[in-house]
Write a protein that binds this ligand. Sequence first.
Ligand code: FES
Ligand code: FES
Length: 200
Amino acid sequence: MAHAERRKRDASSRPAAGRRAAKAGPPAGRVTSGPATSVSFRLNGVPFEREVPVGWTLLELLREGLGFTGTKCGCGIGECGACTVLLNGEAVNSCLVLASQIDGARVWTIEGVAPAGGRELHPVQRAFVESGAVHCGFCTPGMVMSVLGLLLKNPNPTEAEMRSAIDGNLCRCTGYAQVMDALRRSVSQVSDSDLAKFRS
Ligand code: FES
Ligand code: FES
């Protein structure tokens, strides 16, 4: 999703929640007071139910509430793409989505990308390594999620569509040549079965 388009994205599509969610305690981390709301959602294929302080973003829920710190916070205002996750199959900036909006939704983060419980790399992750597109790595989780979002929507993107897919992901290290190389490798190496779980 292009940067400008992604910034406007909301969480309006809400598929029904899957099997019964395990009840979880209140989010750990930031001390809050005031009203909370309950959300049920699937995170990396696993059902969750949480009490979330009103006003928390999805990024806060992931990092502070659940300890999923693979999703990074670069700016908190929709400018850097470090917080990109898949929400119902679309790449979104999780700092711009309210946690209360994900009730019934499917969320995938970088922690869920690698197959075999993380013992192997997903082909998109492998493409980043093979292309030398991981330097400090701070932007990489968001980049990987943006590439997955593109491939879910369009498995055969043009060069312009590839550039557009990552135009909201800022990288201070690579200069983008390696990232574009990783994108091209991803397009040629990722099969439909590599994307199947992100649709559930
Ligand atoms: S932290 Fe969300 S776009 Fe920068
Ligand atoms: S690899 Fe360092 S910001 Fe992208």
